[in-house]
Design a binder for this molecule. Structure first.
Ligand code: SAT
Ligand code: MN
Length: 583
């Protein structure tokens, strides 16, 4: 197979000339092609079949031990003007980056097959979808891209009719951390990734395209590409509201997207549209609508059990690629907090020894089709997406941030999003558990200067008077002994119900300098064994602490210099003034 689109054929030819593969395979996305690849990977050891009686069509991939997470310190935005990338990104000039990458790619696919993967991010019939082509020498990437995107012939047809696409060149190279870079050239809609086979570094449709490149395109075209799950909440009366929530990696987006209403919330239903990325557009009526550009989940495995997320637990018992989990004597996948079985081999395939750390890697992952999810929403395929009632920001904060609060208006909401901070997780290499600024949960993913990104967000206030409410939640507040104050998981529905009630103007709220908080009985705590004093603690706003926090937010915003939108500075000044008034 080849293509009738000359620009695509020329690009593939030039890549082949540089990388010198033994052969070239254009992926059509068919079942037969997938079977062939899986069989081939079973022979090469890239994939190990798991116990097929209990986990039919499930496979395990073991990464190279130093290739288990995104590498933010090796991820660059390469624009002609450094200011375009902003202080939130590492920057390299396109000329320097090309020189470096060309040297890496030179001859790197000798003896290997080069796979050409045409893919579509978003429903194939959606005007909001965007296409790309990833060229890779990793069959594991092909198998994952087939689950995570609409990949193959139909995508190629759309590309050929549109004539434009994002180019992604990927090679695992030698999986050497010292010869690894993830480069983005947003001005050329180009991604180049070398030396890693892992998730966000290698599945280029995901973070590289659907967030870094797409956020750049979205600014030019007037929409938003965000690190958000999309979930539909259907009330017992049959009314469904859709919310989109931005949390940093490994902070429970997949769990929230697949939430199971607890018994006390009988009659509620939850429908998943996406667990990681949302593309948001204003429609002709000024209604913000969301599509999920992905078609599968690349979720964190540890912690998934029949209690925390039964939907996910059941979903990953078939047709799933596991990466870096442990295995039992019976060759079942195993991970920390699975609650059944015990590990015989760790994620590297060594005999399990508790002294060497967890059996499954803390960032071990499952890749599974969205349609495997028991609460998959059919509207995931709707070309026009779903209407969004609320946008929710959040992070992992032991203290300070209350369980939930609502921004005073859109512009203040942009400040709330810009001020998000969270404790770091195992999703990226580096220290875990340190608080860092993660505006809109986009710190690792915004493809341009945050100052311009906030200006773009602010500009929506002029485009519609029908924008969703903006909220902030924190499921992770702890007491002095490190115990979580809020039960989380399914019980988070109680907080989402308050959010919907606010959007529908059905409940009052308490005004504070940081925004609107629930009144004392605003959140339904019936049947929840929660001391009222704990609820008070969860909804407390400590003025002194918040003054310190907002000062630190101010310093952070200040680091963007005179590019920072005045309106954002104004919102910040307003909150500071109100906090000072009370203190
Ligand atoms: O590795 S990924 O970027 O795909 C997952 C994540 O960090 O959210
Ligand atoms: Mn993510």
């Amino acid at each position: 197979m080849t293509t009738k689109l000359k620009s695509l054929q020329d690009w593939v030819d030039s890549v082949a000339k540089l990388t010198q593969p033994e052969d070239i395979h254009w992926c059509n996305g068919s079942e037969a092609e997938n079977k062939r690849l899986i069989n081939q990977m079973n022979r090469s050891g890239d994939l190990l079949p798991l116990n097929q009686d209990h986990y039919p069509n499930c496979y395990l991939h073991r990464s190279s031990p130093s290739d288990v997470a995104r590498v933010e310190h090796l991820t660059y935005i390469c624009t002609e003007d450094e200011e375009q990338a902003g202080p939130n990104n590492l920057w390299m000039s396109p000329a320097d980056a090309h020189a470096k990458m060309d040297a890496f790619f030179d001859g790197c696919m000798q003896g290997r097959t080069m796979y050409v993967i045409p893919y579509c991010m978003g429903p194939l019939a959606s005007p909001y979808a965007r296409c790309g082509v990833e060229v890779t020498d990793s069959p594991y990437v092909v198998a994952n891209m087939r689950i995570m995107t609409r990949m193959g012939t139909a995508a190629l047809e759309r590309i050929e009719s549109e004539g434009s696409f994002v180019k992604g060149l990927h090679s695992i190279g030698e999986l050497d951390p010292d010869r690894r870079f993830i480069m983005h050239f947003p001005e050329d809609l180009l991604i180049q990734s070398f030396g890693s086979g892992y998730g966000g570094n290698a599945l280029l449709g995901k973070k590289c395209h659907a967030l870094r490149i797409a956020s750049w395109q979205a600014r030019q075209e007037g929409w938003l590409a965000e690190h958000m799950l999309i979930v539909g909440l259907e009330s017992p009366e049959g009314e469904t509201h859709y919310v989109a929530c931005a949390f940093p990696s490994a902070c429970g987006k997949t769990n929230l997207a697949m939430l199971i209403p607890p018994e006390s919330q009988a009659g509620w239903k939850v429908w998943t549209l996406g667990d990681d990325i949302a593309w948001l557009h204003l429609d002709a009526n000024g209604q913000l609508r969301a599509i999920n550009p992905e078609s599968g989940y690349f979720g964190v495995v540890p912690g998934t059990n029949a209690k925390t997320n039964k939907n996910a637990y059941d979903m990953i018992t078939s047709e799933t690629i596991f990466t870096n989990v442990a295995t039992t004597e019976d060759n079942l996948p195993w991970w920390e907090d699975k609650k059944v079985g015990s590990p015989a081999f760790d994620w590297q395939g060594n005999k399990y020894d508790p002294d060497t750390g967890p059996a499954a890697h803390p960032n071990s992952r499952f890749t599974v089709a969205a349609t495997n999810n028991p609460c998959y929403s059919e509207l995931s395929e709707a070309p026009e997406g779903v209407p969004i009632s609320a946008l929710v920001f959040g992070g992992r904060r032991k203290e300070l941030a209350p369980l939930v609060y609502e921004a005073k208006n859109w512009r203040h909401g942009v400040l709330v999003g810009a001020g998000v901070a969270s404790e770091t997780t195992a999703a990226a290499t580096g220290q875990v558990g340190v608080v860092r600024r993660d505006p809109m949960a986009m710190q690792p993913f915004c493809g341009y200067n945050f100052a311009d990104y906030w200006a773009h967000w602010l500009s929506f206030a002029d485009k519609s008077d029908n924008l969703p409410g903006i909220f902030h939640v924190n499921w992770f507040r702890q007491d002095q002994n490190g115990k979580f104050l809020w039960p989380g998981f399914g019980e988070n529905l109680r907080v989402l119900r308050w959010i919907i009630d606010r959007c529908e103007k059905r409940v009052g709220a308490k005004e504070t300098p940081i925004g609107f908080l629930p009144e004392s009985h605003g959140i339904d705590t019936q049947d929840l064994d929660l001391d009222p004093a704990v609820m008070d603690a969860l909804l407390a706003v400590d003025n002194k602490q918040w003054l310190d926090e907002m000062e630190s937010v101010g310093e952070y915003l200040g680091s963007f210099g005179n590019r920072l939108p005045e309106e954002l500075q104004f919102e910040h000044d307003q909150v500071m003034q109100e906090l000072r008034k009370i203190s």
